[in-house]
Design a protein around this ligand. Structure first.
Ligand code: ADP
Length: 449
């Protein structure tokens, strides 16, 4: 066989950003591939990835696992099909990389070095979004958090129209000027950035991604996709994260409303802002409007007396009732307690679906820790078993707490390294940077605090 068509699933946390596709032995055999080979991946677009063997539980399932960047490059979503075939690969003579709009970057010498290390041996085609993962991403760009991937676009590749690999002698040019048309990439949050919450993501996808991508399905069956969904659960569990991921993966605009902030002081100001955001969402549809702490805008009426709240709720309801039935604008509200919001909001045609986003269990915590240590340089004593130990000993930690734990451990490693660093230096030499690693003791002492 020359090619297979196969269903896409999300990548494991550890595979994120590495440009790999996991194939099971049957697929490997039928395409006569071995791990390490490069394949062409075709959805609505063509891209390339390096082959790795699937984990045993995935064998015979008829799936491949690729991360959000490869999915974006291939123009497919989870659950859709791609075609895979063995690729002819050439070594690139030149590659020009530039950030997408919305990401500004400072390119220094060590940044170029990090980028080069990241993309060495990675297959790509012109127009691909390439994630750069590094603990150094924080100073590189203020728009993306540390440890997360910074997307760069391969704006020009020589030879063009080929699947290329970056080699020792490939000339790499970094351009500061952002490229248009990749606004989805700038947000960058994909389902791989979320630990646990598998069922919850599945439900959010059915309710939002499916209608946004395929309104015709819902028309055919004469069912109305939801206009509004409430995500509820404790703070820091990933409600905002899910909303951003689903927007990104459905290629929808993401419009954020911070509940407490929109309650302006002047007469009519809050209503005006809500109206503007809904108008923008409709003009630029498909869009997702995310209202954080929606209970602060629309609390249960018996708890409120405020005239402003009443008018704001009325405005929100008017805007939602006025949304077209096609489901191209979806409003996601987040709250800690679902019973804290005005019941008028929860009537049919408004926020009529609810999904609970709960506190992670041990397995979920492990996944979250893996996600947040992805871009962190770890010393060898931070083994996979040690991460399991951490997951077991962080009961009642939510995602945000685990992120804080990893960041605190990283700060401890920095404090340890500081005496060896000459802060007068213009730029800290790469050899010194290479010695900064986060060790087991950093995590343990962060945990004790
Ligand atoms: P919420 O909206 O529920 O208050 P957020 O989505 O804003 O929580 O979470 C804050 C941060 O905590 C996120 O940006 C992410 O870094 C981390 N986080 C929270 N939940 C998770 C999770 N399930 N997986 C990975 N990271 C998480």
């Amino acid at each position: 066989m020359d090619e297979v068509q196969i269903k896409v699933e999300k990548a494991h946390p550890n595979d994120f950003g590495r440009g790999i596709v996991r194939l099971d032995p049957t697929t490997l055999l039928s395409l006569q591939l071995s791990p390490g080979d490069i394949v062409e991946i075709e959805g609505k677009r063509k891209t390339a990835a390096k082959v790795w063997r699937a984990e045993r539980q995935d064998w015979g399932q008829g799936i491949v696992r690729i991360d959000g960047f490869i999915r974006q490059n291939a123009g497919v979503g989870i659950g859709e099909r791609i075609t895979i075939r063995k690729a002819d690969v050439e070594t690139a003579t030149k590659v020009i990389l530039a950030p997408p709009e919305g990401v500004t970057m400072e390119f220094g010498d060590h940044i170029s070095e990090i980028i080069k290390r990241n993309i060495m041996k990675r297959p790509l085609v012109e127009g691909d979004v390439i994630p750069i993962i590094s603990s150094m991403t924080q100073p590189m760009s203020s728009q993306v958090g540390g440890g997360q991937a910074i997307p760069l676009i391969a704006v020009e590749v020589e030879p063009a129209d080929a699947i290329v690999i970056i080699g020792e002698f490939t000339e790499i040019e970094l351009r500061q000027k952002p490229v248009r048309g990749y606004d989805g990439a700038a947000r960058g949050i994909t389902y791989e950035d979320i630990g646990g919450l598998g069922t919850e993501i599945q439900r959010v996808r059915e309710m939002i991604e499916l209608p946004l991508k395929h309104p015709e399905l819902f028309q055919r069956l004469n069912i109305e996709p939801p206009k509004g969904i409430i995500l509820f659960g404790p703070p820091g569990t990933g409600k905002t994260l899910i909303a951003k991921a689903v927007a990104n993966e459905s290629r929808a605009n993401f419009l954020y409303i911070a509940g407490p902030e929109i309650m302006g002081k002047y007469y009519g100001e809050s209503e005006e802002r809500i109206r503007k955001i809904f108008e923008e969402a409709e003009e630029e549809a498909p869009s997702i409007i995310f209202i954080d702490e929606i209970d602060s805008i629309a609390p249960k009426r018996q708890n409120v007396t405020g005239e402003v709240e009443r008018r704001v709720v009325a405005q929100l309801l008017t805007m939602m009732d006025g949304l077209e039935e096609r489901g191209q604008v979806v409003v996601i509200g987040a709250t800690n307690r679902v019973d804290a919001i005005d019941p008028a909001l929860r009537r049919p045609g408004r926020f009529d679906r609810e999904i609970e986003i709960g506190v992670p269990d041990t397995d979920d915590r492990l996944e979250i820790l893996q996600i947040h240590t992805r871009g962190v340089p770890l010393r060898e004593d931070v083994t996979p078993e040690f991460l399991e130990y951490l997951a077991k000993h962080t009961q009642a930690f939510v995602g945000a707490d685990l992120l804080a734990l990893v960041q605190e451990a990283a700060m401890k490693s920095l404090r340890r390294a500081l005496p060896d660093i000459n802060l007068e230096d213009e730029e800290i030499p790469q050899e010194i940077l290479d010695t900064i690693n986060v060790c087991r003791e950093d995590f343990e002492s962060a945990l004790r605090e």
